[in-house]
Design a protein around this ligand. Structure first.
Ligand code: ZN
Ligand code: ZN
Length: 108
């Protein structure tokens, strides 16, 4: 019974890395669209890009476009979530910019 654990540990792959989603901070499931992201955000991004969705932020005043996008709030505003996807260098071509973006993150 204990042997099974070894397979988990030895099994290579991004899924075991404890890297947070660059968009919402939830645990990522590896690289999607060039950045580490969770299934929720990568799926959301995919749907948005695929259907050319344009979302509108419902917040008003100073908070417009600045909704919190984290594990608990990520579903509340799709406009801000998608904006954050782009801000985190998510791109529909996937791997192309992954190396660059990793360095660019430190430049700000
Ligand atoms: Zn996420
Ligand atoms: Zn918003």
């Amino acid at each position: 019974m204990k042997k099974r654990l070894q397979y988990f540990i030895l099994c290579p792959g991004d899924r075991l890395l404890d890297i947070p989603c660059n968009v919402c901070g939830d645990r990522s499931s590896g690289k999607h669209y060039g950045i580490y992201s969770c299934d929720g955000c990568s799926g959301f991004f995919k749907r948005s890009i695929h259907r050319n969705r344009v979302y509108t932020c419902k917040a008003g005043g100073e908070m417009k476009g600045r909704c919190p996008v984290d594990k608990t709030h990520r579903n509340q505003c799709r406009a801000c979530r998608l904006a954050k996807c782009f801000h985190a260098n998510m791109n529909k071509d996937g791997k192309q910019h992954s190396y660059r973006s990793r360095y660019l993150q430190h430049g700000r």
